[in-house]
Ligand binder design. Structure first.
Ligand code: AMP
Length: 116
């Protein structure tokens, strides 16, 4: 079994995070190094490493991540102004944490790319 990721530790309550949503399948918390005024990570509680590791049986879970992103965008007041949803997969995309996550980024004009 793989080492628990930092996100698994947040989900388990072992390290602190600014959690904005949680249910039995999904947790969302603010990114520790935000790229914009709103930068939230939406994470399945189950440790799926990358998009490549998503199984067909996860389709409902993955869909729910997007529904939660939609609701959080509304809650954060950026649904109408706009936002970006990003998923990085593996090295060329700059994935740092190998626990699937959807970035919800907004609250300012984002331009054509948002990265460090
Ligand atoms: P990625 O490059 O797509 O793997 O993004 C990983 C994200 O996790 C980065 O935006 C980091 O700032 C964020 N991150 C890493 N550690 C933490 C943490 N302890 N709490 C919140 N966000 C974190």
């Amino acid at each position: 079994m793989n080492e628990p990721t930092v996100f698994s530790k947040i989900i388990a309550g072992e390290i602190p995070a600014d959690i904005v949503y949680r249910d039995e399948e999904i947790t969302a918390f603010r990114d520790i190094q935000p790229l914009a005024p709103v930068h939230i990570l939406i994470v399945p509680n189950q440790a799926i490493a990358t998009v490549n590791d998503i199984e067909d049986a996860d389709a409902e879970l993955i869909g729910r991540m997007w529904c939660i992103a939609r609701d959080l965008a509304k809650q954060e007041g950026i649904a109408e102004s706009g936002y970006r949803l990003v998923v990085n997969c593996n090295a060329d995309a700059g994935q740092e944490v190998f626990h699937l996550h959807l970035h919800l980024i907004g609250g300012r004009k984002l331009g054509s790319s948002v990265s460090r």
